[in-house]
Ligand binder design. Structure first.
Ligand code: ATP
Ligand code: MG
Length: 260
């Protein structure tokens, strides 16, 4: 892999030879990838390229070979929950919210994931009188959801629900926030607004990793982009480099021709 940022400080997330097979399909084929702590890193590629599988493997949700390092520590043998506790938090391609909980409580459920003492607090203080956790408040603010905090997800538009999904992951206080198609189903104005939110999250020091098919969003918001095709990284670089990379154009045009 060619990298123009070779002399940068230690990456916050690093995979080495990360591979996943489903039966005979090599969904991920030896992926070496490094995420800078600063900014937003994108992962794009045609349908079935292995993007979701990459997040699944990094978070320990599918069996894989190879290694994963977070902040210089080998986390390859940790289970998903332990990786989350260390700061690796994901969203899912298919948005799943707790429909019976308010927006605020959806976030609180994620924030409390790491707060073992919350169980003691729950036993001592009735739920309604508990203060809102700072991580919840900050996530609501960063995603602009303060006015909808007491509403149920079902009462929100698709675009606002998507933001709740991102806010919920953020409430878990990630070091690295892995987003699987957060802009799916958003119109272009909503997608632009999401881009601003993602930059704001990155500005707080959270490393943002973005998978999306919305090329406008990815090219606009990412500092670095990696391109997957058939489970392998075929290009890495700045948005301008990726936009003009012949291998990337060929991968997209090739798949488009196959499906037309
Ligand atoms: N649980 C599974 N069992 C078998 N094959 C799977 C499984 N999950 C994914 N695959 C296969 O692995 C490959 C990569 O799938 P993946 O979902 O990671 O692609 P993707 O890049 O996220 O695609 P999309 O853009 O459509 O979300 C595909 O060929 C897919 O069919
Ligand atoms: Mg996917």
């Amino acid at each position: 892999m060619t990298r123009s940022y070779r002399d940068d400080p230690m990456p916050v997330l690093r995979t080495d030879s990360l591979s996943v097979s489903f039966g005979g399909i090599h969904a991920l084929a030896g992926v070496h990838l490094e995420l800078d702590q600063q900014g937003v890193t994108g992962l794009i590629g045609p349908n079935g390229a292995g993007k979701t599988t990459f997040i699944d493997a990094v978070t320990g949700m599918v069996p894989s070979t190879g290694s994963v390092e977070l902040d210089g520590h080998d986390i390859t043998n940790l289970i998903t929950n332990e990786r989350a506790t260390r700061g690796l938090v994901r969203t899912f391609q298919t948005l799943e919210l707790f429909e019976d909980l308010t927006v605020e409580d959806n976030l609180a459920a994620a924030a409390e994931h790491t707060a073992w003492w919350q169980f003691i607090v729950d036993a001592l203080i009735p739920r309604r009188t508990q203060p809102v956790l700072p991580a919840v408040e900050s996530a609501l603010e960063l995603l602009g959801l303060q006015d909808e905090r007491h509403r149920l997800p079902a009462d929100l538009s698709h675009g606002r629900r998507r933001l709740v999904g991102v806010a919920r992951a953020l409430a878990a206080q990630p070091k690295v926030l892995l987003l699987d198609e957060p802009a799916a189903g958003l119109d272009s104005a909503e997608s632009l607004a999401l881009g601003d939110r993602l930059r704001a999250i990155a500005d707080t020091g959270v490393t943002v990793f973005l998978i999306d098919h919305d090329m406008g969003l990815v090219l606009d918001v990412c500092d670095q982009i990696h391109v997957l095709d058939f489970g392998s990284v075929i290009a890495s670089g700045s948005p301008d480099q990726i936009r003009n990379d012949p291998a990337v154009v060929a991968a997209y045009l090739g798949r488009a021709a196959e499906t037309s």
